[in-house]
Design a protein around this ligand. Structure first.
Ligand code: DAH
Length: 341
């Protein structure tokens, strides 16, 4: 029996030492020390021993049991340490490896210009509005005094969604004037930038999708002088203090009187060059005093309130601001181009 116990001990110790994983060690614990384990089996044979042998053998089994338990514990610690080391090795970060710089995007020059424009208007007390690109023809045309048959309503110019020409991609941001009049309390000072759509072929100055910034002021006693003063100040803030503006009479259905504002050519300073087509001036925006009928249609009494409005192309303004000569560059998103600004 003694030999049997010694054999179990030697076998078990060797087996423990050979384990690589905690689960294997657990299986061995059951195999040797468990209720149905080999050492327990030996104890069960004690009945066949003499009364003198029994306590000796009992002591021996207990001693072996204790040393196997100690060995198990020792091996478990070793396995744990090895597992930790392996994990540390696996998760180690070599802080000396050169990093990969994340590629940051670049703000588009047109949005740089738009941010400047918004800041200028917000500083003057204007609210910035956002509105739908899918618009009712009623708001894009009727409520802006462009009645049935007005040339801008033609199918060849406008993207309609339906046969009756009632729903369309807005062709201008001006319907935001109507939306503001319908929803905002008076007085109103607002600008509304956004995309507009027209059936134009792409070339150096045209695109079927482009951006406009609409603006409107309605208050008591506002006049054309406010319009000229405000828009000239905006142009000076945007293009530099020295810039000159000029206002020419024009026609828009929703303003009376209407005008266009030009800024002096940034390239030649007014002498005339290819950029301004020899004119010395670059057309920047349309504007005017809001037509009394447009106010009336919005339920605003033109005897009490007056207003002025303007709209300009954002691409063209950004092109002037950053001296870009082809509209297509704005939409191509070539990083080599964009990163220059
Ligand atoms: N909506 C006009 C256009 O697309 C621009 C414009 C002109 C807007 C005069 C205005 C305005 O608000 O008063 O050509």
């Amino acid at each position: 029996m003694k030999e049997q116990i010694a054999k179990i001990k030697a076998e078990a110790l060797a087996a423990f030492e050979g384990t690589q994983a905690a689960a294997d060690l657990d299986a061995l614990r059951v195999k040797y020390l468990g209720k149905k384990g080999e050492l327990t089996a030996v104890l069960k044979q004690m009945g066949s021993l003499s009364a003198e042998e029994r306590p000796q053998m009992g002591a021996l089994v207990n001693e072996v049991k204790a040393s196997l338990e100690a060995a198990l514990e020792e091996q478990a610690r070793k396995l744990e340490a090895a597992a930790m080391e392996a994990r540390l090795k696996l998760e180690a970060v070599d802080v000396t490896v050169p990093g990969k710089a994340p590629h940051l995007g670049h703000k588009h020059p047109m949005y740089i210009a738009l941010d400047e424009i918004k800041e200028i208007f917000v500083g003057m007390g204007f609210t910035v509005l956002d509105g739908p690109e899918i618009e009712l023809a009623e708001l894009n045309f009727d409520r802006l005094n462009a009645e049935e048959g007005h040339p801008s309503r033609d199918w060849s110019d406008t993207f309609y969604f339906d046969e009756d020409s009632r729903v369309m991609l807005r062709s201008q941001t001006s319907p935001m004037q109507v939306r503001a009049m319908d929803t905002m309390p008076l007085p109103i000072r607002m600008v509304a930038p956004g995309r507009v759509y027209r059936k134009d072929e792409v070339d150096a100055t045209h695109s079927p999708m482009f951006h406009q910034v609409e603006g409107m002021v309605i208050d008591k006693g506002v006049t054309m002088a406010d319009l000229k003063g405000t828009l000239t100040t905006v142009a000076q803030r945007l293009f530099g203090e020295g810039i000159r503006t000029r206002f020419r009479p024009h026609h828009f259905p929703f303003t009376e009187p209407s005008c266009e504002m030009d800024v002096q050519c940034h390239k030649c300073g007014g002498a005339g060059c290819p950029t301004c087509k020899g004119e010395g001036w670059i057309e920047l925006l349309g504007a005017g005093m809001i037509h009394p009928h447009v106010l009336e249609m919005a339920g605003i009494d033109p005897e009490v309130w007056s207003g002025w409005a303007f709209g300009f192309g954002l691409e063209r303004t950004a092109m002037s601001r950053f001296k870009i000569d082809d509209l297509r560059l704005i939409f191509e998103n070539d990083v080599r181009f964009l990163e220059q600004f």
